[in-house]
Design a protein around this ligand. Sequence first.
Ligand code: GAP
Length: 457
Amino acid sequence: MPATSMQDLVALCKRRGFIFQGSEIYGGLQGIYDYGPMGVELKNNLKAAWWRAMVYERDDVEGLDASILTNRLVLRHSGHEATFVDPMVDCRKCKSRWRADQLKDGKCDKCGATDLTEPRPFNLMFKTTVGPVADDESFAYLRPETAQGIFTNFKNVLDATSRKLPFGIAQIGKAFRNEITPRNFIFRVREFEQMELEYFVMPGVDEQAHKDWVARRLAWWQEQGLTSNHLQLFHQPAEDLSHYSKATTDILYHFPHGVEELEGIANRTDFDLGSHSKKPEELGLSAHVLPNADSVTKLTYRDLDSNKDIVPFVIEPSAGVDRGVLAVLCEAYTEEAVGDSTRIVLKLKPHLAPIKAAVIPLARNKPELVDVAQQIKNSLQKLGLGRVLLENTGNIGKAYRRHDEIGTPLCITIDFETVEQSPASASVTVRNRDTMAQERVLVSELASYFQEFYSQT
Ligand code: GAP
């Protein structure tokens, strides 16, 4: 198990500016969180690592940023209007509301009563109205998964890039689900981000492609610092599969609250492209209320070998950004005995660390130290490796403690020796977060030291 309880982590996240409750000053909004100064950097770094691995380091993937507001017909054809539901029950005694499949022994989670209503389906999609007229037909959905924006743009991307199968379309963005019982901090929330790839292949090679993507995604999470003994694969049984899936393998992580899903890798077959190419009656749906609302585009691919239009199969690795942030925080959180005291340190992989280096003048009220610190900060910042922070609090012990807790891999201290030596021999102290070892580094060599450190991690 990771060396933390959820309470310790939540306290650290608030204290150090990673994650706050949404709308906190008004009592919050259940299942909604805001990312603070450190959280936004960590989250951006995780997303950038995913984009690098899934788009830049491959030659067969394009990116996309589709809209959140979605025409309701997209989600009608995708099957979400009919089937994206969870079973909801009410406790007759205390009137609380629960997801039936998450209750233990059929008992209310609040008062323990067993007098519950029969489960009834609750659709998780958020609705809103678009435009000035709010009636039953003018509503749209906030997307419950980023995937549909990829399917509806399949032809646009294909026409714009002339891709040949196999190829993928990657997207990172917000998704919204009106979860009945959001819980466990940022694990199950109502507004979250997904990192999704839809990888289109010829029918027939889908099962092998599915296996390959499971292995690749598991390796990627390990590169983000999750150890293999905290990760495990789960092949969903047929009765649990989503309506679009022929096979789904989940990557589970040992969170402090239990072993739960971090990412799902599904074989979505030709379900979605097929559904968006059909008329409502072909899907067993009633005709659309709006006239001429049928999709006019066949989401097919011209196979030059057979000279036929085919509907590709799709493999979908779908990861939650927020669950990823939670997992890397759980994994990194460490309490270590140092002499008589305990230090809390976030042993994040350096590429994920919110602050790449803190530049700390030894004394606050010495302009000569602060000037040099500012120059060093500016020059390291220009290297483009991420945020470098000038930490001008004048208390070196507190600064080290803070940067251990936010996971800053390197602290660079500017002292009197730095400014008294000739420019050629001026040096600084560099402290390593994990080993706490300190070494003197020439200011003239600091940029290459910094670059070298980050190229190895
Ligand atoms: N397009 C497929 C899809 O959306 P999913 O298993 O429902 O599949 C994929 O979601 C990932 O999105 C999950 O593995 C999880 O990491 C994340 N996710 C889903 N619901 C979430 C929620 N309410 N809060 C946080 N993350 C969530």
